[in-house]
Design a protein. Structure first.
Length: 443
């Protein structure tokens, strides 16, 4: 049977304590470009459509199970006795399974599904019993090959000779092998080493000793081998994933003026001919239409932006906003949990929170929807074509009708009928001669 037609099971190892993260959170839940770290390994595995998918977790993993419930079977490794021992926790899960097993890690978020598909293709074309993923990357295990280029052994850097230390090809620990070979190899493991642990690497040694064909597949992009063990590596992984995301967007017709200073989460969608200037941050599952222009230092969080919208500079969409086509949001305008119809304009220094705004409405400088009464949030409704003047406070719940207007400086607590003008101001009083009478030292 061809290897690619064999059923596939994936086991992701995620039971490590992550002590170097210096965190109260489980390591694989740390966010990277809008996803928890483990979400990347799961997504890569899911892209292969495996028959079985399991994640090996530790005793502190209740939140991991809750976060990814329904996406995998979770297996508990009560004692941390090495990678080989972690895989052994899947023995019952894989009972009766006759296909191939792929072993991944929950802390390698840069690894892509296409690389894993290349592993399956290599196994099919070579008939290898085991394919291991290698990289030209600083890794603890070096790949020693024979004169024919076959994998001869893996040597740990602590045991390597000076010549072996000069080998650039390293072992990522990602293996694709037959279910039969996996369990035979694991049965041969022993913990007679300094750490008293069972190492999955020894399964590779067993396969070579038994005359099994072992193929090493070098990664096209060594950056995919990055493992995250501390905060510095977390930042490196996020930068790598964002670079990849930015490249994909530019290839799809999005203009990024300065990709190195544009921060876009992995699940963001952006239409063609959109222009994004430096310093912008787009996070969560945000969706931007085509021909959008984000001026410098705009922030978009988990929101939907229509076609032809212009924002900024320094405008902020907080979560759950929906902006219609042709909306204009200017300098230092903040919008939160609001729906803005087509062509709405708020050009500067305004706050629109918990509001439903009809098409063509406009807000003057300093206009505010006052949505919170210290106990609950209330919504404001502004009708189509309405004009809200400068420095207006709309104290919710309040409705400004269609084609209505609110005079500058007004503070409204009542509704405004369609087509009406609302004016709410105290009477102006001028004190004649005040300046002349005001002398230093006199009250």
């Amino acid at each position: 049977m061809a290897a690619a037609s064999r059923e596939l099971a994936v086991v992701i190892l995620a039971a490590g304590q992550g002590t170097r993260m210096k965190s109260d959170r489980n390591k694989v839940l740390h966010d990277i470009a809008g996803r928890p770290m483990l979400g990347y390994s799961l997504a890569a595995a899911e892209s292969l459509e495996p028959a079985r998918l399991a994640v090996v977790v530790g005793n502190d993993a209740d939140e991991v199970r809750e976060t990814f419930a329904g996406r995998a079977t979770f297996l508990l490794q009560e004692e941390r006795r090495g990678t080989g021992h972690a895989v052994l926790q899947a023995q019952d899960f894989l009972a009766g399974f006759a296909g191939d097993v792929l072993v991944l890690y929950g802390d390698t978020p840069v690894l892509q599904g296409r690389t894993l598909r290349e592993m399956r293709a290599r196994r099919e074309t070579t008939g290898a019993d085991l394919v291991l993923l290698t990289a030209r990357h600083p890794l603890p295990g070096r790949i020693v090959r024979d004169a024919a280029g076959r994998v001869e052994r893996i040597v740990e850097t602590t045991d390597a000779t000076p010549a072996e230390l000069r080998i650039e090809e390293g072992n990522t620990g990602v293996y694709l092998l037959t279910n039969e070979l996996l369990w035979k190899g694991l049965a041969q493991l022993d913990d007679r080493n300094a750490q008293g642990e069972l190492y999955l690497t020894d399964v590779v040694s067993y396969a070579i000793e038994e005359g099994q064909r072992v193929e090493g597949l070098p990664m096209e992009d060594p950056e995919e081998a990055l493992g995250v063990n501390n905060r510095a590596e977390l930042a490196q992984a996020a930068a790598a994933i964002r670079r990849r995301k930015n490249r994909e967007l530019m290839e799809a017709g999005v203009t990024l003026v300065d990709p190195a200073n544009t921060y876009i989460d992995v699940d963001v969608e952006i239409g063609r001919d959109t222009l994004i200037e430096p310093g912008c941050v787009i996070s969560g599952p945000s969706r931007l239409g085509s021909h959008v222009h984000l001026k410098p230092h705009c922030v978009v969080e988990s929101s939907v932006v229509g076609d032809g919208v212009v924002m900024g500079p320094a405008a902020h969409l907080r979560p759950d906003c929906r902006l219609g086509d042709g909306v204009r949001i200017g300098n230092y305008v903040e919008v939160k949990n609001s729906n803005l119809g087509d062509g709405v304009k708020a050009d500067h220094l305004s706050y629109i929170g918990d509001a439903d705004v009809g098409a063509g409405a406009a807000f003057g400088c300093g206009a505010i929807t006052v949505n919170y009464d210290w106990e609950a949030k209330h919504r404001t409704v502004v009708g189509e074509g309405a004009n809200v003047g400068c420095n207006v406070n709309l104290i919710a719940p309040v409705v400004v009708g269609k084609d209505a207007a609110v005079a500058a400086g007004s503070t409204l607590t009542g509704d405004v009928p369609d087509g009406a003008l609302a004016v709410e101001r105290g009477r102006q009083r001028n004190v004649e001669g005040w300046r002349a009478r005001r002398r230093p030292g006199k009250s």
